[in-house]
Design a protein around this ligand. Structure first.
Ligand code: AHR
Length: 493
């Protein structure tokens, strides 16, 4: 075989946190309106939320949903979107230059998340707003009766606190495109003060401080160091965001996106640990990889500036995906699993319509994009402990990422002994898995394969299904060769 994967149950990397399978709903394009929410749609529930989308969200295995942005949060006035819907005023969102009708706000989202069994991850506005609005929002969500903002929630009909545990201190504050963009010192100080106040409202919350918007940002590294110098003792996680796309037909580089993500994680971990080392701190800051996906940002999206002002949930960045994109999504999940010890939280950006695994038509169907399948299957099969997998594979050269391995793999072992093995083969060569150390009895129960087909669907359920049919298939486990070769139990894939 050209590549060999060796598993040993005693070589462990870390526990797979269920929050690794998070996603993201931003007030952007059709993510909320005609995405999760569409009153009058035939599948909508009594709250106006689409049942078909909620069912697909469950099938996708999403554990957590980040809300309400994204760039949107950096000019959001959350108070405008609570209370009687008839009294709410539309708001001009400057991030996407879209009129936000404020029909869905904090209560509607949190109650949807509760009904659907997903953990909410909230973000506060540290662009145009600050300490007071952030602390007030925590109180509105989590406070007990008897103080102003908690009582406002109760007056709006919700007595029980929502108990939101995860909070983002703003979004991509290093990006010049961000409304209220700040330099690292300005942001670090503000995040420290906002976070302090938020934790004084509710000490049980966890905080995510903004890291760099991508590894390509000119301030990358310096940003992490400076921001953590203000917030190290206060926050639990630092955020990472990364989007990958095929540029100029360079398939080899695109297929290596998981390796690029791997190196990015190593660098952020090193930056965080360097701050901890200087402080002689035993605390470890972990990663919230709260935006990741394939996004044809450079190639297809015209840019976030100079958009005309739009209304009525415009179609913005509705990327349509191929089998190749889905393979890359699967490979990115392999990378995340291989960092289970330092990445407990991640969010596929986004959930519905906007660079999303789930698509809808207003008044019409909801369907799965090809990227849906590797995510759903990994979320379903990756449980328990992530193993430290040994991969011996040849390397190939790429224009964007240098030398990368032809094969990547992650494996998990659940409490019931079920082994999950996740492999990306970036070449067409044979891969052998050495399972000799895993256990005497080996029963292959199910297998799935995504083929890196280039053909991209056109928007619509039939085409998405056609592409998925062509690329996504059950592996006939009886056809997988299981044998004993030089004393090892091997599986040939
Ligand atoms: O997910 C789309 C956008 O990408 C988000 O609003 C922003 O945080 C990032 O730049």
């Amino acid at each position: 075989a050209d590549a060999r994967i060796t598993l040993h149950p005693d070589f462990r990397r870390g526990t797979v946190d269920r929050r690794l399978f998070g996603s993201f709903v931003e007030h952007l394009g059709r993510a909320v309106y005609t995405g999760i929410y569409e009153p009058g749609h035939e599948s909508s529930d009594e709250h106006g939320f689409r049942r078909d989308v909620a069912d697909l969200t469950r099938e996708l295995g999403v554990s957590m949903v980040r809300y309400p942005g994204g760039n949107f949060v950096s000019n959001y006035v959350w108070e405008d979107a609570v209370g009687p819907v008839g009294q709410r005023k539309p708001f001009l969102d400057l991030a996407w230059r879209t009129v936000e009708p404020n029909l869905v706000g904090t209560d509607e989202f949190l109650q949807w998340a509760e009904r659907e069994g997903v953990e909410p991850m909230m973000a506060v506005n540290l662009g145009t707003r600050g300490v007071a609005a952030a602390a007030a929002l925590v109180e509105y969500c989590n406070g007990e009766a008897g103080t102003r903002w908690a009582d406002l929630r109760i007056a709006h009909g919700r007595t029980e606190p929502y108990g939101v545990r995860l909070w983002c201190l703003g979004n991509e504050m290093d990006g010049p495109w961000q409304i209220g963009h700040k330099d690292a010192h300005e942001y670090g100080k503000l995040a420290a003060e906002a976070g302090k106040a938020m934790k004084l409202v509710d000490p049980s919350i966890s905080l995510v401080v903004c890291g760099s918007s991508s590894m390509q940002m000119p301030t990358f590294g310096d940003w992490e160091r400076t921001v953590l110098s203000y917030t190290y003792d206060l926050v639990d996680h630092i955020s990472m965001h990364a989007y990958y796309e095929e540029v100029g037909g360079d398939r080899g580089s695109f297929l290596a996106s998981g390796t690029a993500m791997d190196r990015f994680i190593d660098r952020v971990v090193a930056s965080a640990d360097a701050v901890g080392a200087e402080r002689r701190s035993d605390k470890k800051i972990t990663i919230s990889f709260d935006e990741w996906n394939v996004w044809y940002l450079e190639t297809r999206f015209p840019g976030e500036t100079n958009l005309p002002i739009q209304r009525d949930a415009p179609r913005i960045i509705e990327d349509v995906y191929s089998g190749l994109d889905a393979v890359v999504v699967g490979d990115l999940l392999v990378t995340l699993l291989n960092h289970a010890d330092r990445v407990p939280v991640a969010a596929l950006a986004q959930l519905v319509n906007v660079i999303a695994p789930i698509m809808t038509e207003p008044g019409g169907e909801a369907w799965r994009q090809p990227t849906f399948h590797p995510f759903a299957t990994t979320a379903r099969l990756a449980h328990g402990t992530a193993l430290d997998v040994r991969v011996d594979a040849t390397a190939y050269d790429t224009a964007r990422h240098g030398s990368v391995p032809t094969v990547t793999a992650a494996a998990t072992v659940g409490d019931d002994g079920t082994l999950g093995l996740f492999v990306t083969n970036r070449s067409d060569r044979e891969v052998e898995v050495d399972l000799a150390h895993v256990g005497a009895a080996l029963e292959l129960t199910e297998g799935w394969r995504m083929v890196a087909d280039h053909e991209q669907a056109v928007h619509g359920p039939e085409h998405a299904a056609k592409v998925a049919d062509a690329c996504w298939s059950v592996v006939d486990t009886s056809a997988v060769v299981v044998g004993t070769v030089t004393g090892s139990t091997t599986v040939r894939l």
